[in-house]
Design a protein around this ligand. Structure first.
Ligand SMILES: CC(C)(COP(=O)(O)OP(=O)(O)OC[C@H]1O[C@@H](n2cnc3c(N)ncnc32)[C@H](O)[C@@H]1OP(=O)(O)O)[C@@H](O)C(=O)NCCC(=O)NCCS
Length: 232
């Protein structure tokens, strides 16, 4: 961890500042717009797989880049190394996992396979149809930027199909360089170094998201319990 402050021109996610006022409002989440993003762990594998199984064939193709079978998705989820990588999720009011992001370490990899460019992390994401277009994909991307910086990564990489306009839009908005090669595209985002602030932000976000989830969980179960008593 370094203690260097980011240049003034970067926002708290380490993104370039927007060029107009409207975009600025979109990129700077207000308190009202804050979304709890919860850290997911090995015990959440089943829920991650359930989330992925809810994607239709096209979304699975966009997420993984090929026609993945259910068995292959199960193997992918079973193989996630939660000690090395980071996985985050957004839960809806019913505590269903509507969005999942996987930030995977790519040791020694920079753009163009150039190991001298430092450590890179690959970002993969999926948002269920019901949650699309509300900025969840972008929030997860910003969250991943903060975590990748705190892990000491110099770049974040997104491998997407060239036809995947929403994903490439999210990456390009954050300032990533998008390279298209036929049906495939790679977006590389150079990250500023971590700061004390980025570590504090990350810890506070994680803590707040966990507390909110647990409170919602208890409220839901008390409500179920009360309904059961009322119907007895
Ligand atoms: C890609 C994905 C995660 C985006 O999730 P989302 O929550 O809907 O994304 P957001 O709402 O944060 O933002 C999407 C951006 O793309 C834009 N967009 C949406 N559809 C678009 C289209 N057809 N063409 C161009 N831009 C489009 C939106 O307007 C928004 O940009 P804006 O903020 O400037 O308005 C979601 O579509 C998904 O899960 N797709 C299937 C899996 C996948 O493709 N994963 C990515 C590969 S790793």
């Amino acid at each position: 961890m370094t203690h260097t402050q980011p240049p003034r021109s970067l926002d708290r996610f380490g993104l370039q500042p927007p060029s107009d006022g409207a975009a600025a409002n979109q990129r700077r989440p207000t308190l009202d717009g804050w979304i709890p993003i919860r850290d997911l762990h090995a015990r959440h594998r089943r829920r991650i797989l359930d989330h992925l199984l809810q994607l239709d064939e096209r979304d699975r193709y966009l997420r993984f880049g090929f026609q993945i079978t259910q068995d292959q998705m199960a193997r992918y989820v079973a193989s996630i190394d939660f000690k090395r990588d980071e996985v985050f999720g957004i839960f809806n009011r019913k505590l269903q996992l509507v969005a999942v992001a996987h930030l995977a370490a790519m040791p020694g990899q920079g753009p163009h396979g150039d190991s001298s460019r430092g450590r890179a992390m690959e970002f993969g994401v999926s948002v269920l149809e019901s949650g699309r277009g509300k900025g969840l994909g972008m929030r997860l991307f910003q969250h991943a930027i903060m975590h990748a910086r705190n892990q000491g990564a110099s770049h974040m990489m997104i491998h997407a199909l060239s036809e995947n306009a929403p994903m490439l839009r999210i990456a390009a908005k954050a300032g990533a360089t998008v390279e298209r090669d036929g049906p495939d595209a790679e977006a590389w985002l150079k990250l500023p170094p971590d700061t004390v602030g980025s570590h504090i932000d990350s810890s506070l976000h994680s803590l707040a998201a966990e507390v909110i989830y647990r409170v919602k969980y208890r409220v839901m179960h008390i409500a179920d319990w009360l309904r059961l008593i009322a119907s007895a």
